[in-house]
Ligand binder design. Structure first.
Ligand SMILES: *Cc1c(COP(=O)(O)O)cnc(C)c1O
Length: 240
């Protein structure tokens, strides 16, 4: 595909996403400015990040350090806000804190101390979201790797982030379980977010909603949407 065709395709996708967000906000009685779209650019090249930036997108999300680090370096001149949204191993923290402004996937105490230590060593600052596990099956260890902390462990993690110099608590993040009603899942997230905001009034971020469930997320109070497929296309169809 030519550069112009790709630009036109992404621009049309972005229009559609913005329309969906506006409609969801209107339906929920919320102002469109309350909701930010993070473009999740994983598996897509830095040239697409550049196109998105040209269209006014300021927030970019990635889920693997091996891919994100070189992409962020290539796009340094764009002055974007980089969100790390994937599961984070402690041995990747040193690299991630060099380019990320927000880490959405903080789910264990060990990660908090490592993020703090490494971010101070870089002389930077980092906003952290506590990732909440909304899937009762994986929470009980029945299926899959556990991404996110159990709801009961969220307050202690929030406190640990706040106590760590160089880190600030932004709020909470979650991925809706694959099956089940996303509205119900985001209801649970909203309750956790309420509790955290009661303790830390500045921790207002609710990162929820992806291409398939952004309407439900907006309905249940999401402030940040992480949108990949709807902006850049189906990652299963990437060739070459
Ligand atoms: C890939 C990814 C997204 C984007 O998902 P889409 O369905 O492509 O919009 C959002 N959040 C996380 C954590 C992801 O890994």
């Amino acid at each position: 595909m030519s550069e112009d065709a790709r630009r036109a395709e992404i621009a049309a996708n972005l229009d559609r996403v913005r329309e969906r967000v506006a409609a969801a906000c209107a339906a929920a009685g919320r102002a469109a400015e309350e909701v930010r779209v993070i473009a999740v650019t994983k598996q897509y090249p830095a040239s697409d990040v550049r196109v998105l930036a040209g269209l006014g997108v300021r927030d970019v999300g990635e889920n693997r350090d091996q891919e994100a680090a070189p992409k962020a370096a290539e796009c340094r001149d764009l002055d974007l806000t980089w969100h790390f949204v994937g599961q984070l191993q402690t041995n990747k923290v040193r690299s991630v804190v060099r380019y990320a402004h927000v880490v959405h996937s903080v789910d264990r105490p060990r990660l908090v101390t490592e993020l703090g230590r490494r971010v101070r060593a870089e002389g930077r600052a980092l906003t952290c979201l506590v990732q909440v596990n909304l899937d009762p099956e994986s929470a009980r260890g029945v299926i899959g790797p556990r991404g996110g902390a159990d709801c009961a462990d969220v307050p202690a993690l929030a406190e640990a982030i706040e106590a760590e110099e160089g880190l600030s608590l932004g709020g909470v993040m979650a991925v809706a379980p694959r099956d089940g009603d996303p509205l119900k899942a985001f209801d649970r997230l909203n309750a956790v977010a309420d509790d955290i905001r009661g303790r830390y009034p500045h921790a207002t971020v609710i990162s929820a909603g992806m291409s398939g469930d952004l309407e439900a997320a907006v309905e249940r109070g999401a402030t940040h949407l992480r949108i990949g497929t709807a902006l850049l296309g189906d990652r299963g169809l990437i060739v070459g």
